[in-house]
Design a protein around this ligand. Structure first.
Ligand code: SAJ
Length: 432
């Protein structure tokens, strides 16, 4: 079978997934129109620049814009394929999914659809969202036929293909990861597969429905969340039993069928801390473990703050003539994980904000990947690693950035140390 040729693709949402995907198609000499509601984003991309930090993305975008294959706009245009890569957050109050960005994206492309087009939803979505999206499109374009009523003979093809790339490795993983594709009909899947074959070097795995493709993505992130929760719970159990959790996990992982993940200060980012709630919302009675894992991970920052409070009290007991305002605390890392600048939903940021607000002494922050402190940290000070080590009484390691692995036992001599990531486990020091 000859792969179908695509002359123009329209990508809605130029964020962490949409922009790399748009750039990837453009790098294969397909005309791509990227659409975003943010004027700054549109202007930045049209200048050949990028508004997000992701290795190699800047080079690919610059080249594609210069060659005329990629341009950004705030309104969609006619195309053969429409990809939707907009956020799917949850509502703050009750963790219920908020589909308003998908709805707005679907309604914005509806006027541009023509017979033979495909619409692919890439946003991580609760089960059933692709079908709902198809319904919104059908309502907006009653003269066209859609798979939910016309099946294989539909004018418009619809599929879900969830993004599964890891921030920090997006350009690599877009090409190398296997791609799950769930079309509303087999012809929808075949057309989506043909589209992605323009850049993926791995396999496309065809799911039997859009619903199972949606659930596959939610399952992957929930699997990781549950496993991190297990590690986080172990770290708290070990703390009570005075066992070194890093040593314990190292020993247990020598078993051929055990592979425990790393405990940390909590789970951050905009995926793993969000997606499991979509499963909980769809099946609240059945999703007991998934909900509990979320709760365990969400409670970890408070546990770390209590650890810091204990460290302060221990120092006060050891030196009765000082008060809490004489104690300087240094937080090492603010990002949601190692070696990135992304602070979204970061447990390290949550901990440092609470600490800076309640601690009467100085709070220092070391974060090699940012230049200014974000809001809510007015009482803290961004300093370099050495200054923090020179001034701090208590050091709290929150992110395992590569720079922090150069710190030695001598650097930490006399300090109270809390290592939430186990980065310094091999140093000859005692931990709080
Ligand atoms: N974390 C731990 N311990 C670990 C691993 C991670 O505490 O052993 C923490 C991290 O520090 C971070 C959070 O979990 O705060 C999430 O980090 P991550 O590296 O596990 O995942 P993300 O959010 O950067 O990307 C995930 C990936 N999903 C899976 O690995 C199953 C990625 O493939 C998805 O595309 C992405 O979510 C997404 O967009 O959904």
């Amino acid at each position: 079978m000859c792969a179908q040729k695509f002359k123009r693709i329209c990508v809605i949402g130029l964020g962490y997934i949409g922009l790399p995907t748009a750039a990837m198609f453009a790098s294969r000499k397909i005309e791509v129109v990227g659409v975003d509601i943010n004027e700054n984003t549109v202007d930045t991309i049209n200048r050949g620049d990028t508004h997000i930090v992701e290795p190699d993305l800047d080079v690919v975008v610059r080249k594609a814009v210069k060659a005329g294959y990629l341009r950004a706009s705030n309104i969609p245009e006619q195309a053969e394929a429409f990809l939707i890569a907009v956020p799917t957050p949850f509502k703050e109050k009750n963790h219920h999914p908020d589909l308003r960005f998908i709805e707005a994206a679907a309604r914005s492309i509806a006027p541009f659809l023509r017979k033979g087009n495909i619409v692919i939803l890439e946003s991580t979505s609760p089960v059933g969202t692709t079908e709902v999206m198809a319904q919104w499109l059908a309502e907006a374009r009653p003269e066209l036929t859609f798979p939910q009523t016309a099946g294989e003979e539909s004018d418009i093809r619809i599929a879900h293909s969830p993004e599964r790339v890891l921030p920090g490795k997006v350009m690599q993983e877009l090409i190398a990861n296997d791609r799950v594709i769930g079309g509303m009909t087999p012809k929808c899947s075949t057309m989506a597969k043909s589209l992605y074959s323009n850049f993926i070097r791995s396999q496309s795995i065809i799911a039997s429905s859009t619903r199972v493709a949606e659930m596959a993505k939610l399952t992957e992130n929930s699997f990781r969340d549950v496993n991190i929760a297990f590690a986080n719970e172990l770290s708290m159990i070990c703390d009570r039993l005075e066992i070194d959790v890093s040593e314990l996990i190292h020993l247990a992982n020598h078993h051929p069928r055990v592979n425990i993940l790393e405990p940390g200060p909590g789970v951050g980012g905009h995926c793993i801390a969000v997606d499991p709630w979509f499963i909980v919302h769809s099946a609240p009675r059945e999703a007991q473990l998934i909900r509990t894992a979320r709760e365990v991970n969400d409670a970890k920052p408070s546990w770390v703050i209590n650890k810091i409070r204990s460290a302060i009290n221990l120092r006060l007991q050891a030196t009765p003539d000082i008060s809490a305002s004489d104690i300087t605390i240094a937080a090492f890392g603010l990002a949601f994980k190692a070696d990135i600048d992304d602070l979204r939903e970061s447990p390290a940021l949550e901990i440092t904000r609470k600490l800076a607000a309640e601690h009467p002494g100085s709070t220092l922050v070391v974060e090699p990947n940012i230049r200014t402190l974000p809001e809510g940290l007015q009482r803290a000070q961004l300093v370099c690693q050495q200054e923090a080590l020179d001034r701090a009484d208590i050091v709290v390691l929150l992110v395992d950035h590569r720079e922090f692995s150069a710190i030695t036992s001598t650097n930490l001599l006399g300090l109270s140390v809390i290592d939430t990531r186990g980065l310094w486990r091999n140093l000859d020091i005692s931990f709080v």
